[in-house]
Design a protein around this ligand. Sequence first.
Ligand SMILES: Nc1ncnc2c1ncn2[C@@H]1O[C@H](COP(=O)(O)OP(=O)(O)OP(=O)(O)O)[C@@H](O)[C@H]1O
Ligand SMILES: O=C(O)[C@H](O)[C@@H](O)[C@H](O)[C@H](O)CO
Length: 185
Amino acid sequence: MSSPVISLLVVMGVSGCGKSSVGLALRDRLMQDNHQVCIYLDADHYHGQENIDKMQRGISLTDADRFPWLVRCQQAVSKEAEASVNKLTIILACSALKKKYRKVLIDNDKYSTIFIYLKCSKDEIKQRQAYRIGHFFNPDLIDSQFSTLEEPDPKNEPKVIVVDGDQRPVSAVVSIIQDALSYYE
Ligand SMILES: Nc1ncnc2c1ncn2[C@@H]1O[C@H](COP(=O)(O)OP(=O)(O)OP(=O)(O)O)[C@@H](O)[C@H]1O
Ligand SMILES: O=C(O)[C@H](O)[C@@H](O)[C@H](O)[C@H](O)CO
């Protein structure tokens, strides 16, 4: 399969599954080993203050809270895609918990999209959230993250890579993703 000019890799999953850590490390790896021009975007930067306040108070976001945020994420990806004159890989760390949320992020006219789902157990997430400091996410929301999650099924959604996100360290998770991505090159 020939490489598309612009690719979007969405690193997705519940809060604490490693989207930011894995996304950033994947960017570095693809730039270093695969000599790809790669940029990293974090969906957390596109939340409005109301969403952040809600999450801090332990109130889960609704579809209505998430849609404008997802649109802003998609617009940020589009902007990067439109500005690029060369082959580019955009990595977006975004929970993208439901199928209809993932659809918002796709724009087949501008870039091809692969979803990389970091599948984590609730026990692992609870442990990670307990040790995490300085983040707005309230650990009381862990249950609601799992109940909201519609796991992407590679049979029904195109281009989905499912990775065991419980694995340590982050570099091991990145190596598995790097191997899986080689099938799409
Ligand atoms: N594979 C891993 N092995 C060990 N620690 C990990 C791994 N993935 C993530 N962590 C740790 O778990 C915590 C949460 O990771 P991270 O912030 O990357 O998750 P996230 O999905 O981006 O979270 P959020 O959606 O809330 O921003 C961090 O302290 C990070 O160092
Ligand atoms: O509920 C959600 O869709 C997610 O939790 C995101 O909105 C958060 O940004 C993030 O995962 C917490 O840092």
